[in-house]
Design a protein around this ligand. Structure first.
Ligand code: ADP
Length: 476
């Protein structure tokens, strides 16, 4: 494959090194997907405590004598086929806990920690290192939001920039008094550039300075310009509508494959799915005559988990069952545990994060519930499509873009892949669950919907082609 260009990706998470959400999956998947279309991508991220052991086998390629209060070094190496650049700055990242928080909650210096990542990203992009200079700097979310800003303020030196919004709920807020500490130019502190409700937002800074803005689905791109989804940034994004686009994420179809599950199955040989179902029912002590729904998610308000308590009892009465795998808000954990307590044998809950179990659930479940209030792209509905585990989703963001509702017309045309409901409330979810019971009871139609779902392309190929086209359009 001929090299078409180089991209420096700047992010706070990357599978398989560290993950707290879908962002990490995307950052980790893009390098291989882009390599297949001629774009070389390297990923710059912090060397958190758990990652420092890897530095020994890597090569130092960059040094900062004063990186926001201490030395910073960047080490280059390869991890799982990804060309990784780890920013080692112990005063910022060598801490007990996760990327954003420790035992006492969010780190109070998060603005500075990720400004430092962005600072190094912009400088390395501008100056190049070890004979390598990117054509494009690709920043992800608020953690890298200042990278396009530093690049623009310091002179872009022929490097174009892209900012991708994975979730606008996190905006990297800091008080105006942090301006100097974050090495931002005072003359840019006005509403058109840095000022955000009297303070600073690294995400806004990236949105106003990047050459292109993308988000992870076309629907979310449009939603973000509306107050109910834009979370304060709708005006900023609408003002740049001409450079905003949505590119759907893919899933790793090697990792997420029904042919790789305990009892393999495929669209042409579905028998194994029933065996997987029997295994998880046995594992969780469930006996479910109707559809077995699964839900694998962070348990937060965003994900619509609060709608389950009012809707699942009727679904159970109609013959359905539910397995929830997730953790998060204690009140929502309590609510799903309450359902389990009241509906033993039909509802099972596992509080925690368990990737292996999630695979078994997709392999054995009949349907996957994704009742999100907003969903930039969403991954679990795509796993559901791939596994013939029919997605039941709200009509928002990437959910609306990836699932075709089983309307009479779509069923007749053999294109329906799931159930889509709107608005995001208990009435509509209840109706969707009644629709699920009815669809499941009609075995021939159900089998057809499963097939339609499994035939839908959910890999990275289309996304990679779209990113490549975007880069090509801005590379100077
Ligand atoms: P978000 O990034 O908002 O959490 P996504 O659907 O985009 O939502 O990505 C979530 C990812 O995390 C998916 O890969 C999903 O399967 C996974 N996940 C979420 N909760 C759990 C859990 N409790 N156990 C295993 N995997 C989980």
């Amino acid at each position: 494959m001929q090299l078409r260009g180089r991209v420096l990706s700047v992010a706070s998470e990357c599978v398989p090194l560290i993950k707290t959400g879908g962002l990490a999956d995307v950052v980790g998947a893009l390098p291989a997907a882009l390599a297949a279309v001629g774009w070389e991508m390297r990923v710059l991220m912090p060397a958190y405590r758990a990652l420092r052991v890897r530095l020994a086998g890597m090569t130092e390629v960059w040094f900062e004598a004063d990186l926001f209060g201490g030395e910073g070094r960047v080490f280059a190496g390869e991890v799982a086929g990804i060309s990784v650049l780890l920013l080692d700055a112990p005063h910022l990242y060598d801490r007990e806990g996760g990327p954003y928080s420790g035992p006492g909650g969010d780190w109070p210096d998060n603005a500075r920690r990720f400004a430092a990542l962005s600072w190094v990203g912009a400088r390395m992009a501008r100056e190049g290192f070890g004979g390598w200079k990117p054509d494009v700097l690709h920043a992800h979310d608020w953690q890298a939001g200042f990278a396009p800003a530093y690049l623009a303020f310091g002179g872009a030196a022929g490097v174009a920039s892209v900012l991708t919004i994975h979730n606008i709920a996190f905006q990297g807020w800091a008080p105006a008094s942090a301006l100097m500490d974050l090495r931002l130019p005072f003359q840019q502190f006005h509403p058109d550039v840095l000022e955000y409700y009297g303070g600073l937002s690294s995400l806004k800074a990236g949105l106003v300075t990047a050459d292109r803005i993308t988000t992870v689905s076309p629907s979310y791109a449009a939603e973000l310009m509306r107050p109910e989804f834009g979370m304060g940034l709708q005006g900023v994004i609408a003002a740049r509508a001409g450079v905003v686009s949505g590119i759907l994420n893919g899933v790793d179809t090697g990792v997420w494959s029904p042919e790789a599950e305990p009892v393999p199955y495929s669209v042409t040989a579905m028998k194994g799915k029933a065996a997987n179902r029997a295994e998880i029912c046995a594992e969780f002590g469930l006996d479910v005559p109707g559809p077995l729904a699964i839900l694998v998610s962070r348990l937060t308000d965003q994900k619509g988990i609060d709608l389950l308590a009012g809707t699942i009892p009727d679904f159970i009465a109609g013959g359905g069952g539910l397995i929830v795998l997730g953790s998060g808000d204690p009140a929502l954990e309590g609510a799903v545990l309450g359902l389990q307590a009241r509906h033993g044998g039909r509802v099972a809950v596992r509080i925690g994060y368990d990737e292996a179990l999630s695979h078994r659930l997709f392999a054995g479940g009949d349907a996957v519930l994704v009742p999100s209030r907003f969903e930039p792209c969403g991954l679990t509905q795509m796993y559901g499509l791939r596994y013939g585990t029919v997605p039941v989703v709200s009509a928002v963001g990437g959910l609306a873009d990836t699932v075709i509702h089983a309307s009479p017309a779509a069923l007749a045309a053999k294109v329906a892949t799931g159930i889509v409901f709107h608005p995001v409330d208990g009435v509509a979810l209840g109706q969707a669950l009644r629709g699920l019971l009815a669809l499941y009871a009609d075995r021939a139609t159900w089998a057809q919907v499963q097939k339609n779902a499994m035939r839908q392309a959910v890999g990275w190929e289309a996304s990679a082609a779209a990113y490549a086209a975007l880069y090509e359009g801005i590379a100077r």
